[in-house]
Design a protein around this ligand. Structure first.
Ligand code: GDP
Length: 371
């Protein structure tokens, strides 16, 4: 007869058959759990060890439930975005759900921005973009969750705007939300240990982690990461993710181009200089991204032949799933940046005609030059 076992984290009945259902535990972990007397379901195990909560998809009912939960509460919302992939970081519909709740917009990964870039310009840009998407933050700031830049300031702003309420931290996957929350927990010193096991906090439910940071019985609430399909990340292997999550400050590189020349950004994206005077185009990409120059007239053929070979990523084994590149054409009236969402950007002079290509669904857009 099978004995009923329960997860000591969430109390769910342990089962080893349905990965998607409550209480799932791999057999190996079940054995270990029984030996050590510390039997957790996989979800709670991950929570304890990696501070990881399951992600939800934008079209999930869970996603709507999360937004409704936030809309129904009187709370402060901290929306973490990746300044390297602002459009891929937006949560569609967020503004419609949050009602009158104030939002602090936190642009993360400021540490990788090139040194020449004035942070105020970045703030102005993300504020403008946010407004165009219906979001009107009470404060916009840049931080580095990884290096700790301005995290103190963020905590002070949260305290000022919280006004005795809960704080919901929301963000799509890969923006650095977990890194930021871990840093906040460390910085506020509510845990002695370096190992953050958020499941030890009360109120852990399936879709949120309440971190009791405040003495007034209110909490900082970590919500599931939201999977945004329009992110370059979804087309990359884990080992290539560093290309879109650069770990080091970006060093701009200059490419002298004549019209009718093309740059390939690995096999992930493409830039055509269609028309205009010879110019030194400055590219801001991860220092290790392979950039290849060719003639525009040969570019289609070259891409078809070299994708997955000379032009990587994607790798040969991923070619079958890699989407076609989609083309967007722009002409400039002023100095502008052509932004490949999640990957980086190329600064354009005025009066040129160019095209940018990215995997279908990943945006390519133009903005006033930041530098
Ligand atoms: P989450 O999915 O939003 O929880 O994102 P993670 O915290 O797991 O971070 C996603 C990736 O971004 C990881 O590779 C992190 O190392 C990286 N990352 C997070 N914060 C920063 C930051 O401030 N600067 C840089 N350069 N990378 C960061």
């Amino acid at each position: 007869m099978e004995e009923e076992l329960f997860c000591i984290g969430c109390g769910a009945r342990i089962q080893t058959t349905d990965k998607e259902a409550l209480g799932y535990t791999p057999n190996s972990a079940l054995k270990k759990g029984l030996e050590t007397g510390q039997l957790y379901c996989q979800r709670c195990f991950r929570l304890r060890h990696y501070n990881e909560i399951s992600d939800i998809k934008l079209n999930d009912d869970d996603f709507l439930a999360l937004l409704n939960q936030i809309g129904d509460s009187d709370a402060l919302i901290v929306n973490v975005v990746d300044i390297f992939d602002f459009n891929g970081s937006l949560i569609p519909g967020l503004h419609r759900f949050i009602g009158d709740n104030p939002v602090i917009l936190v642009g993360n990964k400021v540490d990788i921005l090139p040194a020449a870039l004035n942070p105020h310009k970045v703030i102005n840009w993300i504020q403008k973009e946010a407004k165009e998407h219906g979001l009107h933050p009470v404060e916009t700031m840049l931080v580095s969750a990884k290096k700790g830049n301005s995290v103190d300031e963020l905590l002070a702003v949260i305290e000022r705007e919280r006004k005795g309420r809960d704080v919901y931290v929301v963000g799509v996957t890969n923006v650095g939300k977990s890194t930021l929350i871990n840093r906040i927990i460390k910085q506020t010193g509510i845990l002695d240990s370096d190992v953050i096991t958020t499941s030890q906090f009360p109120g852990t439910t399936l879709d949120r982690i309440d971190i009791p940071l405040y003495e007034d019985d209110h909490a900082l609430i970590d919500t599931p990461g939201i999977m945004h399909a329009q992110q370059m990340a979804h087309y990359l292997h884990d080992k290539d993710l560093r290309l879109i999550a650069p770990q080091k400050r970006i060093k701009p590189k200059v490419y002298q181009l004549n019209e009718q020349q093309t740059l390939f950004l690995g096999g992930l994206a493409r830039f055509d200089f269609i028309q205009g005077a010879r110019h030194g185009f400055v590219g801001y990409f991860d220092n290790e991204l392979y950039i290849h120059r060719t003639k525009l007239e040969n570019a289609d053929q070259f891409y078809a032949k070299q994708l997955g070979d000379m032009l990587q990523p994607p790798h040969p084994e991923d070619l079958a799933e890699f989407p076609e590149l989609q083309r967007y054409e722009f002409s400039t009236k002023q100095k502008s940046d052509l932004v490949f969402a999640g990957l980086g950007w190329i600064t354009l002079p005025e009066n040129v005609v160019v095209a940018g290509y990215a995997p279908k669904g990943v945006s390519v857009m133009i903005r006033k030059a930041l530098i």
